[in-house]
Design a protein around this ligand. Structure first.
Ligand code: SF4
Length: 405
């Protein structure tokens, strides 16, 4: 069988992940739980799951010899043998290339990324919920609006937005002159898809006197139809400053209910929700209280009302970070997407953080290091917003900036 050859710089990021995916599949077929595979291969559990279900990882034919090497490595990993995984994978990579020894050891994915960033005059932004490997290579890590504001202030031509669709759209609304790339096209926010522009038009007809506020987690189309946008951090300030007793809030019913507790105004909420925060239950809070009575519990306002009521503090991701640095608690349990644990642990290494439950947003976890490289290599997937929609959506975002920040 003829070996397929790649230019050397492509080999490392194309072949090594493929070898890793082969090993993950073999370990799964040997019955190892995904959590164990994730630890032994040094990759996230969602990545293991995607490798095993073949939703991720390239496939190309390898020689019988390379296949034997992969199998033997997988068996050693399964036995928990102390081995130099990367070195062994490099050997296999060399074999796939048809070389006697690996000539690519010095070229890491991070070097490749650095070169691509320079070539494209690019900056990488990663949301707090992204995988650790993506957060670690990003130039800026933050919440969606924080990142979009940074994007608009940056002096660069390309922004790689590692997050979900609506975040890249906000960056495209605020910075139309830049090329905004979303590495994985399928990384969408299900909550933002729970309402469309026509739904907002209907709400406006039904409540003509009430201003419509949209959470940043909405499409550009929806933003274009609303009076003002908000984040979980500035929503109350905006609601209280609006000259109206009744407010329509879209699309998150949990955040809407939370805001209603904090204002005397009437809040009419749309019935959307975040499936990830919805996974966190009152039972999780009660169990944590029982297991660790000294633990502080901080949850996101996208959580269910009963979870919010039982928590010690309620903050968006930015607020959680600020709270973590001023809190005297040694142990903090968070009720939000688990990617936040990495961000908190990086910022506050002396404190212990746990998740109330393993709440994973599958869309946030679609992006991996090699996707970021692909995005820059192939200028994909470029996110643009039609000019008429962009102008109207920008009005809602600008109004938020005027009022809320
Ligand atoms: S965590 Fe929830 S709100 Fe955030 S992107 Fe995922 S589904 Fe959307």
């Amino acid at each position: 069988m003829q070996n397929k050859r790649f230019p050397c710089e492509i080999a490392v990021w194309r072949i090594l992940p493929t070898i890793r995916s082969e090993i993950a599949k073999q370990l799964a077929s040997l019955g190892l739980p995904q959590m164990v595979i994730s630890k032994r291969l040094g990759i996230t559990q969602p990545a293991v799951s995607q490798y095993v279900t073949k939703k991720r990882g390239m496939t190309f034919a390898v020689s019988d010899e390379a296949q034997t090497l992969i199998q033997s490595l997988a068996e050693d990993v399964a036995r928990g043998k102390d081995l130099n995984l990367n070195e062994r994978m490099c050997e296999i990579c060399a074999n796939v290339q048809g070389n006697d020894k690996c000539t690519f050891e010095s070229i890491s994915m991070k070097n490749r990324l650095r070169t691509l960033k320079e070539e494209n005059n690019a900056v990488i932004l990663a949301h707090n919920y992204q995988c650790a490997e993506v957060q670690d290579i990003a130039d800026y890590v933050g919440d969606s609006f924080e990142l979009s504001k940074i994007a608009s202030e940056l002096d660069c031509s390309t922004i790689v937005f590692c997050g979900v669709d609506f975040m890249a759209e906000i960056a495209a609304i605020l910075s139309p002159e830049k090329s905004i790339l979303l590495p994985v096209k399928e990384a969408i926010c299900p909550m933002s898809r729970m309402i469309g522009r026509n739904d907002v038009r209907q709400l406006k007809k039904r409540y003509p006197e009430a201003p419509v506020i949209c959470y940043v987690n909405t499409s550009a189309d929806v933003k274009a139809e609303c009076d003002v946008c908000c984040t979980s951090a500035n929503a109350i300030k905006i609601i209280n400053e609006l000259d109206a007793d009744r407010i329509v809030f879209v699309p998150d019913r949990n955040l809407g209910d939370y805001l209603a507790l904090k204002t005397d105004k009437e809040i009419i909420s749309w019935d959307g929700f975040c499936p990830t925060h919805q996974m966190i239950t009152l039972g999780d809070v009660l169990i944590k209280r029982q297991e660790q009575p000294d633990c502080e519990i901080v949850v996101h306002p996208e959580c269910r009302p009963e979870v919010i009521a039982a928590a010690d503090f309620v903050y968006g991701t930015g607020g959680m970070l600020r709270h973590a640095s001023r809190s005297t608690a040694r142990h903090i349990a968070i009720g939000t997407e688990v990617g936040m644990l990495h961000r908190l642990a990086t910022q506050e290494p002396s404190k212990e953080f746990t998740a109330l439950t393993n709440a994973i947003c599958p869309n946030m976890k679609r992006t991996h290091l090699e996707d970021v490289i692909h995005a820059l290599e192939q200028t994909k997937h470029r996110v643009t917003v039609p000019e008429d929609v962009r102008k109207d959506a920008k009005k809602a975002l600008d109004k938020m900036l005027e009022m809320g920040v």
